[in-house]
Design a protein around this ligand. Sequence first.
Ligand code: PRX
Length: 652
Amino acid sequence: MPPKKKSAPSTKAIDTLLDESRKFKPAASFTRQANASNALYKEGAANPVKFWEKMAKELVWKKNWTKGLIWNPPDAKWFVGGKLNITESCLDRHIKEGKRNKAALIWEGEPGDQRTFTYFDLYRQVNKFANVLKSLGVEKGDRVAIYLPMIPELMISMLACARIGAIHSVVFGGFSPDSLRDRINDAEAKLLITADGGWRRGQIVPLKHDADVAIADCPSIEHVVVVKRGDFLLRFKEGRDHWYHRLMQEADAYCEPTVMDSEDPLFILYTSGTTGKPKGIMHTCGGYLTGVYATTKYVFDLKEDDVFWCTADCGWITGHSYITYGPMANGATQVMYEGSPNWPDEDRFWQIVEDYGVSVFYTAPTAIRSFMQWGREWPDKHDLSSLRLLGTVGEPINPEAWIWYHEVIGQKKCPIVDTWWQTETGHIMITPLPGATTTKPGSATRPFPGIEAAILDENGKPVKKGGGYLAITKPWPGMLRGIWGDRQRMIDTYWSKWDKTYFPGDGAKIDKDKYFWILGRVDDVINISGHRLSTMEVESALVEHAQVTEAAVVGVSHDIKGEGLVAFVTAARGTATDDKLVARLRDFVARKIGAIAKPEKIIFTGDLPKTRSGKIMRRLLRDIAAGKIIGDTTTLADPDILNKIKARYEED
Ligand code: PRX
């Protein structure tokens, strides 16, 4: 039996973040062996383009570039004229350079099944699957949707697409059929790769079943390839659906890598924006690979005998950059795990660290807060002495969680790299360099060498004191090249606030040592467990329900998830607004978007606070949900409505 759960950690640390003054100098023993030194900062600052060109030269190119960068804001071209196929850097070169029999991927399924792939195994699988894709008519530039659990075939599928120049669009397996459908249709994907199912907390996730629902409305899909993960029930549509293992039996062992331009697209990954429609963020081959390669090498300090484990899912950017591409381009050995961290018990992660001797571990603050809540007795049961470096990503880490991570998991000897970046940035942007940078709990510290960032005010003036907007002031290799099918949206979202400067949508402050402290999103995008979600998207889902007339959704701080959702809902006339309706609406949102989007609370209200022109004033609802004094209400059409909602909220 698991021990009694402890109470949630205090969130007080978030409030006092601005006063945090603890500092952690790198240990001399780590510094001595580190890949990065302070000289790297100097090199990056002296000439960022030259710095990135040096990094790119460590990859395999078919033809050299003629110019490092052409910058026509907001369009950047990196390694112009260069030709490559990125799978040669991730696979071919390793099997030629002595890593043929090195473990590339050590995979563990949630039920405990295990598979290990050497570099040669992975190379073989990727080549064969690339031939399978070709045999099903996939060509360079075609879009392929991938809806898989965290199994090796996910990485193999991504790399196989890259091998033939097809653009992959991975959709997180926890997303609903509706979310999958919208993403497939937006990208007009020709082929879908899915599985009969996957495992999550001992339950089967019926991926093929959900995919069938989705593709009933996806006219572009010609073929579906199904990986057999278990003995799960499914329906097959003759001619359209194919078993992965059958196709692989017949596939040729070698597939000539398609020669790609440095600026050809590599993948699309959808992320939430401030409107209901997800944005298909586009990344290209040369710049993206250079960025993920260099950051993996220097931020995770990878060595030949390290065992790297990034706990993200490949459905998110972290899994793209720091599972599929960065570690593979570095020839690393890595662990991949299918399931949840508390299955069957709260020490599953620590068991994995111990079993495989994980040495570099990368996870999210939300996971760390869960570990804290479950109690240190779980990690304490295991030998974690193989760990030498820890990382976090996805949201600000509160200093108390940082200290817990340092003391309980890192046993006070592992540096922590708190890495700030986004789907759009492609790779880590602000981070300590382990062994070189003194860390401060809660601060992502300094821009990675070759990256220039600043804190600006509304007018683009540098903020000297206090908070402002985070800005990236120079182009970088992994930067997004566009939003699929919507160039204007890319310009409006990221490049319109200031001149020639990227706006990531985060607030931040800078301290006297020029360290960056990320304060979170400044738009209507909230961050649940390190995953971005648009409150608009959840509102759209709610109002689709027949018993909902209107809905406003806001983010509130949450002890474990960082942020959670509160929905204020006006129900259709005559509807009983009881617990059953709450449950139905929560399930409805999960079905429409995914379980991650379920509101923590649903408050029914006769009306929503609106301006005289009918705009919902979410700012006021945010104040109610946060228990704050309600802000300026002068533009409100009916001030009385607020008191009613507040009373209802406090009652709940
Ligand atoms: O708000 C920032 C937060 O996550 C956002 C990016 O989300 P996404 O594109 O889903 O990518 C997550 C994984 C890279 C950012 O705009 N964020 C990410 N890392 C950090 C962070 N906030 C604070 N500190 C971080 N280390």
